[in-house]
Design a binder for this molecule. Structure first.
Ligand SMILES: Cc1cc2nc3c(=O)[nH]c(=O)nc-3n(C[C@H](O)[C@H](O)[C@H](O)COP(=O)(O)OP(=O)(O)OC[C@H]3O[C@@H](n4cnc5c(N)ncnc54)[C@H](O)[C@@H]3O)c2cc1C
Length: 364
């Protein structure tokens, strides 16, 4: 039986960030990942946006980690040559009825400590983005885009430089509390004994918590799919363009993002699913067409299926908004077991701030 000090389950952007940060101070950090490489799930199937933190309720973990993580992520990218662009974004109001929500969004962002938020009028908006239809917009300078694959590659590299190990093809199948930690079993029959276990298993984080014996009746993950369409017909967009967010907090609305090559795509939509299936279909094409044409003109035949991701949401279809669940489980009889459940957007932006938070929990 292999003995390790800190076992991190999941090599998505969050698990890798945790490995990078913990390996700076803790001995013997090991990441186990069921796939053949890092980031095969949500961390490589997202909008690649470095969010500012305007959307989340004050004092929520999402607000705290997004605002802190935004800066940490830009610094990390700069230091380790991860391609990124601080392009900024415009949240657009396309009718008078939306203006109130636009101003409220600005106030929310300011309460969270987001700097340089500015409401701009139609003329300024047209100067910045001549193709975009808006009567006013909230200009958010802190927003950017990042190459998520390079980011994860660098996080893994930095963790390994600190002597952390990342082991692929290692699917956790059972977890048993023992006297001095946890015995973690894998699909191939191997067993590791760990002093600390950190559950960063994304879409399966509730199942991992359940394996350890936690009551997950209030921690069930609901899978919520988000698809993207792309177009080659729109060019020369400089900012990300967002509609106002869905008031129930399910999604940020079908937005326009550019990648680092300036290519345009739209998404994600949001609908709950029962199976982990990344196949795309055209069922929602009309929804995309209508949502996008509210703020920029594009022909339906110029929208092409792109890709999709699945959100690990604590918020079920009829539930109120839920924050992240990040907790050391001594109170539930599982000392030194840390669960990270419901790490949906802005999880990419927040990855390094979440990792710092986990480190603080472990040092207490
Ligand atoms: C459509 C969409 C758009 C998004 N856009 C953005 C955005 O623009 N900006 C932003 O900040 N955030 C965004 N997010 C959120 C962000 O992508 C996630 O919060 C983040 O990627 C979560 O990372 P993770 O490491 O927690 O999860 P994951 O990337 O899912 O990693 C978890 C890992 O655990 C592994 N695992 C699971 N079970 C086991 C097991 N039993 N044994 C071993 N390994 C296991 C999985 O294989 C996986 O690799 C978006 C999400 C979606 C779905």
């Amino acid at each position: 039986m292999e003995e390790v000090n800190v076992l991190v389950i999941g090599a998505g952007v969050v698990g890798l960030s945790i490995a990078k940060v913990l390996s700076e101070e803790f001995e013997d950090v090991v990441v186990v990942e069921k796939e053949k490489s890092f980031g095969r799930h949500t961390s490589s199937r997202n909008s690649e946006v470095i969010h500012s933190g305007i959307y989340y309720s004050k004092d929520s973990l999402k607000a705290k980690f997004c605002v802190e993580g935004n800066k940490l992520l830009y610094d990390f990218c700069e230091k380790h040559n991860v391609p990124y662009q601080n392009c900024g974004k415009l949240v657009v109001a396309t009718s008078e009825e939306e203006l109130d929500a636009l101003y409220k969004l600005k106030e929310k962002g300011e309460r969270n400590g987001v700097q340089n938020l500015k409401i701009i009028d139609k003329e300024e908006c047209l100067q910045l983005e001549p193709q975009v239809k808006a009567i006013k917009a909230l200009k958010v300078d802190a927003t950017g885009i990042v190459d998520t694959h390079s980011l994860m590659h660098q996080l893994a590299l930095q963790a390994e430089k600190n002597d952390a190990f990342i082991i692929y093809d290692m699917e956790v199948t059972a977890i048993k509390k023992v006297e001095n930690g946890y015995q973690v079993s894998f699909a191939d029959g191997e067993i590791f004994q760990a002093n600390y276990v950190i559950n960063s298993a994304g879409l399966f984080s509730d199942k991992i918590a359940e394996m350890a014996g936690l009551d997950i009746s209030n921690l069930k993950i609901h899978w919520c799919k988000g698809e993207y369409y792309k177009t080659t017909k729109i060019k020369n967009i400089k900012h990300l363009i967002y509609p106002l967010p869905d008031p129930k907090g399910i999604s940020l609305g079908i937005h326009l993002t550019i990648n680092l090559n300036g290519e345009v795509r739209f998404g994600p939509n949001a609908y709950y699913v029962d199976e982990l299936n990344y196949a795309m279909d055209e069922t929602y094409l009309d929804d995309f067409y209508q949502a996008v044409n509210r703020y920029i003109e594009v022909k339906k035949e110029h929208l092409q299926l792109d890709d999709c991701g699945i959100r690990p949401k604590l918020q079920g279809p009829n539930d109120d908004y839920r924050d992240y669940y990040i907790q050391e489980e001594s109170a539930n009889g599982l000392p030194n077991f840390i669960n990270l459940i419901g790490i949906e957007s802005p999880g990419l932006t927040s990855c390094l701030a979440i990792a710092e938070y986990v480190k603080e929990i472990m040092k207490k």
